[in-house]
Design a protein around this ligand. Structure first.
Ligand code: UT7
Length: 323
C-alpha cells in the first residue's frame, strides 16, 4: 500500500543581525514609508560574516527534528532548497546530513529559487509515497544577502536571510494531499543572477553576481500565477475555497499576498503573513511562515493548509496539506 507523507515537525531560524528600513535608508535612497507601503516589509535578518546557509539550515532542521520527537539519525532523506549554496559542491544537503549524523540515505539540493521549498516538499513527498523513504527532512535555507547589489534600491531592500524546515513521516493517511509544480524558462531574464560557474565566473569571484529583477513585471505574473495554483489545487482535491483553513504563501510582498487571499475569498486573518519581519527569504520563506504559525498555535492538527509560491525561472507551485 502506498504511504502518505505527513508533516510531524516544523522549525525555523533567523540570523540575529537585523537591518530595519531606517537602516536601509542609510545605505540607499529609500524610506521606511516607500518600503512598507509597496511591500509590507519592516526589517530583514542578515547572516553574520561567519554564518553560512548550512548553519542556518542546521538550526532550523534541529528545531524541526526536536518538534517531531525523533532522533536525527532516523532521517533517511534530505531535500534542501537553496539558491545560495555554500559550496559549488558538495550539495548543502550532503553537508547538512553529516552535521546531523544521518549518513546513508539520499541527500540533495533543489534549485527553484523562491518556489524551492514547494519543489523540495513535492520531491520528498514522492519518495515517501513510493515507499523509498520513511522520514524525510525538507529544508529551505538562504543567505540571499550575499547575492544582492547593496547599491541597487530596486532589489536590496526586498530580500533577507533565513531558514525553515519540516520533517515528513510515512503514514497511512494524508498528509500532503496534492502538489503541483510549474515552470516557464521563457521568463528567465525578468528575475535572475546572470552569471555563475560556467558563464562569467569572474563576476562570482569578484563578488558581483547579483540579483536583477524587473519588479513590476514579476509582480503582475506572480499575482496571476499564485491565483491560478489556488484554483488548480482546490479542483484537484474537489474542495471549495472555504475548505482551506490557512493560506501560507511565499513571503515576497504583502500586496501580492493580499491579492491572492482576495481571489481565494479568504480574510487576511487566515493568511500567514511574516514578510514584515524578514522580507523575502526566497526558499526559506514558506517554512519560516509555516513554523511561525504552528508555534503560535494558529495552525493545528487537522487544519487544511495551502502553501504556494512564485519565483525566478519563472517557477511556481502549490501543496495542499492536512496537518
Ligand atoms: O520572490 C520572487 C518574486 N518576487 C516578487 O514577487 C517581487 C515582485 N515585485 C514587487 O514586489 C514590486 O514590483 C516592487 C516592490 C519590487 C516594486 O513595487 P512597484 O509598486 O511595482 O514599484 P515600481 O517598480 O513601479 O517602482 C516605482 C518607483 C520607481 O520610481 P519612478 O520611476 O516611478 O520615479 C522606482 O525607481 O519606485 C522607485 N523605487 C524606489 N523608491 C524608493 C524602486 N525601489 C525603491 C526603493 N525606495 N527601495
Amino acid at each position: 500500500m502506498a504511504s502518505h507523507a505527513s508533516i510531524i515537525g516544523t522549525g525555523s531560524y533567523l540570523p540575529k543581525k537585523i537591518l530595519t528600513n531606517a537602516d536601509m535608508a542609510n545605505i540607499v535612497d529609500t524610506s521606511d514609508e516607500w518600503i512598507q507601503s509597496r511591500t509590507g516589509i519592516r526589517q530583514r535578518h542578515i547572516a553574520a560574516d561567519d554564518e553560512f546557509t548550512l548553519d542556518l539550515a542546521e538550526l532550523a532542521a534541529r528545531q524541526a527534528i526536536d518538534a517531531a520527537g525523533i532522533d536525527s539519525s532516523e532521517i533517511d532523506l534530505i531535500v534542501l532548497a537553496t539558491t545560495t549554496a555554500d559550496q559549488i559542491f558538495p550539495s548543502t544537503a550532503c553537508l547538512l546530513q553529516s552535521r546531523l549524523g544521518c549518513q546513508g540515505g539520499p541527500a540533495f539540493d533543489v534549485q527553484a529559487v523562491c518556489t524551492g521549498f514547494v519543489y523540495a516538499l513535492a520531491v520528498a513527498e514522492k519518495f515517501i509515497a513510493t515507499g523509498s523513504s520513511q522520514k524525510a527532512l525538507v529544508v529551505g535555507a538562504e543567505t540571499f544577502s550575499r547575492i544582492l547589489d547593496w547599491t541597487d534600491r530596486n532589489t536590496c531592500v526586498l530580500f533577507g536571510d533565513g531558514a525553515g524546515a519540516v520533517v515528513l513521516e510515512a503514514r497511512d493517511k494524508p498528509g500532503i494531499l496534492s502538489t503541483h509544480l510549474h515552470s516557464n524558462g521563457d521568463y528567465s531574464a525578468l528575475l535572475h543572477v546572470p552569471s555563475g560557474v560556467s558563464n562569467n565566473y569572474a563576476a562570482v569571484q569578484e563578488g558581483r553576481a547579483y540579483v536583477e529583477m524587473e519588479g513590476s513585471e514579476v509582480f503582475k505574473m506572480a499575482v496571476r500565477k499564485m491565483g491560478e495554483v489556488v484554483d488548480e489545487a482546490l479542483e484537484a482535491n474537489n474542495l471549495a475555497k472555504t475548505d482551506v483553513d490557512w493560506l501560507v504563501p511565499h513571503q515576497a510582498n504583502q500586496r501580492i499576498i493580499a491579492a491572492t487571499a482576495k481571489k481565494l475569498g479568504m480574510s487576511m486573518d487566515r493568511v500567514v503573513l511574516t514578510v514584515g519581519e524578514h522580507g523575502n527569504t526566497s526558499a526559506a520563506s514558506i517554512p519560516l511562515a509555516l513554523d511561525t504559525a504552528v508555534r503560535r498555535g494558529d495552525i493545528i492538527t487537522g487544519d487544511k493548509v495551502l502553501i504556494e509560491a512564485f519565483g525566478g525561472g519563472f517557477t511556481w507551485g502549490s501543496a495542499l496539506i492536512e496537518m
